[in-house]
Write a protein that binds this ligand. Structure first.
Ligand SMILES: [Zn+2]
Length: 150
């Protein structure tokens, strides 16, 4: 019998706990967030602006890092203008994984950024065109049913 949780299982438990906590204490969390923002803005009037900028550049960097890691071009056609490159789950299920394991796309990018081997295994780069084509192909395979609503 296995008693110890793997790192991955622990992570999932913590995420679940946080989600539940946030759900139950929605008001409290909102209040905490409000107070935190007020405090930061007292220290630095431009905090809100700078903070937004930091988040955005963090997000951009995560994406850039992953696209670099995965070869900088579409695996199907070789298209390499990063503006139209997208990170794709090789075996599909990206949406499901996002919903189950992460809070948002950025935390997912961050997760894979810290696990390059797993990223190489599960992710690939497709250009917007090839991604749409792949989508319509897999739609045909599953009879058009793609997303499962809870
Ligand atoms: Zn392509």
């Amino acid at each position: 019998m296995r008693v110890l949780l793997t790192k991955e299982e622990k992570r999932r438990h913590i995420l679940e706990y946080q989600r539940n906590y946030n759900k139950i204490n929605r008001e409290k969390r909102a209040e905490q967030g409000r107070r935190y923002r007020e405090r930061m803005m007292e220290k630095d009037p431009d905090w809100r602006y700078n903070h937004a900028k930091r988040i955005l550049s963090w997000a951009k960097n995560n994406r850039k890092f992953l696209i670099n890691l995965l070869g900088n071009k579409c695996v199907r056609c070789g298209f390499n203008d990063v503006r139209a490159l997208q990170i794709d789950h090789i075996n599909g299920g990206g949406y499901k994984e996002l919903k189950e394991k992460f809070v948002g796309a950025q935390t997912m990018y961050n997760y894979y950024k810290n696990r390059p081997e797993e990223a190489n295994e599960k992710l690939q780069i497709l250009c917007a065109n090839c991604n749409w084509i792949k989508r319509s192909e897999s739609k045909n395979e599953t009879g058009g049913k793609k997303r499962v609503k809870k």
